[in-house]
Design a protein around this ligand. Sequence first.
Ligand SMILES: [Zn+2]
Length: 117
Amino acid sequence: MFTEVRHFHQYRDGLVGFDGVVLYKDSIIISPSLCEYALQLLYAAHQGVSQMCSRAESSVFWPGKTSAIINLRTRCSPCNRMAPSQPSAPPTPPIQPTYPSQCICADFFTYAGHNDL
Ligand SMILES: [Zn+2]
């Protein structure tokens, strides 16, 4: 019993009791026996680590939650199969002008009080 509570020592400043339920900040604390179930519910849509962490951050808490989420994503075969596999294109070198003002590039700029592109 005491060893289970020890994991919450570092979070003690954010722990509050409300109506018989222990919360960490605004999140419900999930007991160790239900962590895997909560993880499966969070991951039901296979949204990836960042979306899942965002959802978990606002709803549930247990020590080691983020690493459990990352581990689950790493082990998920459908996500690994569907994840983008093509690397981004290598950067292309800019065109080297041969005379002044041959190549001008601008995204957005303001000149004489007018915004233009
Ligand atoms: Zn998945």
